[in-house]
Design a protein around this ligand. Structure first.
Ligand code: WTA
Length: 645
């Protein structure tokens, strides 16, 4: 397979960018010609951001799994589609060829059908990083069921909320998941999440860890039994085959929940055709992927990065995607480098948090590891600081691998701003240039384009995008109004990302971080309101306010100011109880790093918490807190400053 739409020089990038903006429909239609359609589109694009309504490749029919699997079988059936590295390095590796993947995905599709799953039904997937997770995702897509993967770190309560919001009727899970030395009891968590649930009919359980679990008659069934039965069915007619469901271009492909600045997580909906084309296009261009290379994305499939750049992007390009079950620091901090060495990885795509954390272990874990196979490095999920960028460049890339700093979001489906490896220039801690088809705009508070440069010649503003690209969010599941309000109402006729950015004279963008009340902790998105709600569930808490503060490894840490109604025990044990409550309600990754007990919060006369002040105090600023005269009780600020933890 070669990639006719792969950009190979800076001049070509400029040319393509120009074409994409001047004639977007022709630009994307030309790319779409390289995919497998049951029926081609009647119209390439219809849109307005006021409703919003975005429809790409209207009238087209396809199935994304035929593009990710079937069409590669003739030429690359024996090429590895997935290579799986287990948590325990002593355990056997699994290599899943495209032929094998086809068979397994057909079996899952048959298994789901046998259990009553139909097109449009919502299937929640809560599994560890095993190949079966990829089979489950693709099996859903093959029959047109809408998958909603939930990251294995979420608690029962978070799962319960998501199941209810999606009206999910089916769950696919594992008995447990291996992560380093730990076994995460996934099935137990699902059992807790299902207390009081009225919609879920079946739970399919894949055996991974063999920890004891409960299996409820009539509801819980074993993956192995069901797959065995399905295998006999799909193989009845000689070659194993399950005919893929014909999907409309704009039929939903999946829901992925993500945090916003208010209330409960939103179910971001992506659809079939646009998402497929955009993830394939960006995968091939940003990473400059060449056939037969080994692509290693270290993300979890529970987040958008895993959806787009472990599963759909690489597979639609016929690539070999390496999937890792474990964690970077087990059995030791050299694990990523062992994997790169073992499989001769060509492209490594990871998060700045992982880089910063591994950097902290020094050179020792790198000794004796052959990293010479690496050609391209990537980062995603949070801003990368220059120190980490240079460490990555010097120690991992040995100064010969371009680093792509890829900016995007769950809502954007794929990468929007990034250099193209070795084709356009990199600039440490800058995401650099927009991809073809992407028109960023920096605006001020009032939505006016920023035109005034600062003393360094930079523009600074809130990052918006002017026109739709194929993988833009279509709606928030069950609540379109929420989608409109969140992304399309802040500034009329623009998609608003929630991020702030700088732009230099060459047109490069640098993402500075969220400008709304969303935190980015180790690349995980968490709404401050969500953490506050969880803290407030603790019986001793009256009120709380949560802000982010700079953290040397996680990027941002969680700082919480808490008012209690008297403590049960000493301050330290109350802190632990509060952290445990958050862990129970959201998941361990959302635990506050710091908890400061306060008597009051800085509020305006209308009762609004002045987070700006709390943020500054958490950052260690004591002087320039800005105007505090509008506060109901300005004295509270001094008290909070004194009690900083
Ligand atoms: C942040 C992850 C700086 C940003 C794919 C965005 C980044 C949020 C970068 C989305 C980057 C992502 N540089 N910041 N290269 N990439 N972000 O939905 O704040 O989990 O809004 O998607 O991560 O997080 P999400």
């Amino acid at each position: 397979m070669s990639y006719p739409f792969q950009i190979r020089s800076f001049e070509e990038y400029q040319q393509k960018y120009k074409e994409s903006v001047e004639a977007p429909e022709k630009f994307w239609a030309d790319i779409a010609e390289n995919f497998l359609w049951r029926k081609k589109w009647d119209k390439v694009l219809e849109w307005n951001f006021a409703e919003p309504k975005v429809e790409w490749f209207k009238g087209a029919k396809l199935n994304i799994t035929e593009n990710c699997i079937d069409r590669h079988l003739n030429t690359s059936g024996e090429t590895p589609a997935l290579i799986w590295e287990p948590n325990n390095p002593e355990e056997r590796t699994r290599v899943v060829t495209y032929n094998r993947l086809h068979k397994r995905v057909c079996q899952v599709a048959q298994m789901l059908k046998n259990n009553g799953v139909k097109k449009g039904d919502r299937v929640c997937i809560y599994m560890g990083m095993v190949p079966e997770l990829a089979y489950a995702v693709l099996g859903c897509a093959r029959i047109g069921a809408i998958h909603s993967v939930i990251f294995g770190g979420f608690s029962a309560q978070s799962i319960a909320d998501r199941l209810e919001d999606a009206h999910a009727e089916y769950i696919i899970t594992c008995d447990g998941a291996f992560r380093g030395e730990k076994v995460i009891p996934l099935k137990d968590v699902i059992d807790d999440a299902l207390i009081g649930n009225k919609t879920v009919k079946k739970v399919i359980v894949y055996t991974r860890t063999r920890n004891p679990i409960s299996m409820i008659r009539g509801r819980d069934i074993w993956w192995e039994d069901e797959m065995h039965y399905a295998e006999e069915q799909v193989e009845k007619h000689g070659k194993a085959f399950f005919k893929a469901e014909e999907m409309d271009a704009e039929d939903p492909l999946f829901i992925l929940y993500t945090s916003g600045s208010t209330g409960k997580p939103k179910g971001v909906v992506h659809t079939c055709a646009g998402y497929m084309i955009y993830t394939a296009y960006t995968f091939v261009n940003v990473f400059q992927y060449q056939p037969k290379q080994i692509f290693f994305c270290t993300a979890d499939i529970g987040w958008i990065t895993g959806h787009s750049y472990i599963v759909y992007g690489p597979l639609s390009a016929g690539a070999t995607s390496l999937m890792f079950e474990g964690i970077p620091t087990w059995p030791d901090a050299g694990r990523f480098w062992d994997i790169v060495d073992k499989y001769k990885v060509d492209v490594l795509y990871t998060a700045p948090t992982a880089i910063r954390s591994l950097m902290g272990f020094g050179d020792e874990p790198l000794k004796g590891k052959d990293l010479s196979s690496l050609k391209v490095l990537g980062t995603v999920g949070e801003p990368i600081n220059e120190e980490a960028w240079h460490w990555y460049d010097e120690n991992i890339g040995k100064k010969k691998c371009p680093i792509v700093d890829t900016w995007w979001q769950t809502e954007t489906g794929g990468i929007l701003i990034s250099n193209l490896a070795g084709v356009t220039s990199s600039k440490p801690s800058w995401a650099t240039l927009p991809l073809p088809g992407i028109q960023p705009l920096l605006v001020d508070e009032n939505g006016k384009e920023v035109t005034e440069k600062d003393e360094h010649g930079l523009l600074k503003g809130n990052l918006c995008i002017k026109a739709p690209w194929p993988a833009i969010i279509r709606t928030t599941y069950g609540d379109p109004e929420r989608c409109r309000k969140n992304y399309f109402a802040t500034y009329p006729n623009l998609y608003f990302s929630g991020d702030g950015a700088l732009k230099d004279e060459q047109g490069n963008y640098r993402i500075t971080g969220r400008v709304d009340d969303v935190l980015n902790v180790s690349g995980h998105r968490i709404g401050t309101a969500e953490v506050e709600n969880a803290i407030n569930m603790h019986s001793g808490v009256v009120e709380s306010a949560v802000v982010g503060y700079p953290h040397s490894i996680k990027g941002q840490g969680i700082y919480s100011y808490v008012i209690t109604n008297g403590m049960h025990g000493d301050a330290d044990s109350t802190r632990k109880d509060i952290a445990q409550t958050v862990s129970r309600i959201i998941g361990p990754f959302a635990k506050p790093d710091k908890i400061q007990f306060v008597k009051g919060l800085p509020k305006t006369r209308s009762g609004k918490i002045m987070r700006r002040i709390l943020r500054k105090i958490a950052e260690g600023e004591t002087e320039n807190l800005g105007d505090t005269t509008t506060l109901l009780d300005p004295g509270i600020v001094d008290e909070i400053k004194k009690g900083k933890v």
